[in-house]
Design a protein around this ligand. Structure first.
Ligand code: HEC
Length: 124
């Protein structure tokens, strides 16, 4: 009986550890956004090399006035949400062939999740 309890506790503890490791972290995401900063404002509706990302969640792709988007993005019919942002950030040119966003993509899944967590907080 005691051994069983020990085993259950161990399983529970490792579950806690695993869920903690995959928990997205907006603070870490803020640092990762440094990679995007040169081209995107996140807190004001002004464009740089790229369009601003204010209220990006739920926004249709390529709708910011005054920004000259690629035809690829204009015709993509993407709505930005967690899934589409993940795919675009991981590999822009693969997800939207012909996009003019020159970014090699974030390779690490946890970095992408952290970044998205930060975007959720900072773009509203
Ligand atoms: C070298 C400049 C550059 C960097 C770095 C960059 N972007 Fe972009 N981004 C662009 C350009 C240019 C576009 C417009 C693409 C097009 O028209 O095909 C764009 C488009 C986007 C869009 C679509 C916006 C819309 O209005 O539909 C999102 C979302 C986005 N970028 C997020 C990011 C994130 C997040 C990062 C950092 C991981 C990043 N970008 C890094 C230049 C950049």
């Amino acid at each position: 009986m005691k051994i069983n309890n020990l085993i259950y506790s161990l399983i529970f503890l490792s579950f806690l550890l695993i869920s903690n490791i995959s928990f997205a972290d907006a603070e870490a995401g803020k640092k990762i956004f440094n990679k995007c900063k040169a081209c995107h404002f996140i807190d004001k509706e002004k464009n740089k090399v790229g369009p601003h990302l204010v209220k990006i969640f739920g926004r249709k792709a390529a709708v910011i006035e005054g920004f000259k988007y690629s035809n690829a993005l204009k015709n993509s019919n993407i709505i930005w949400d967690e899934e589409t942002l993940k795919a675009y950030i991981a590999n822009p040119k693969k997800y939207v062939p012909g996009t003019k966003m020159s970014f090699f993509g974030l390779k690490k899944e946890n970095q992408i999740l952290d970044l998205i967590e930060y975007l959720k907080e900072a773009t509203n």
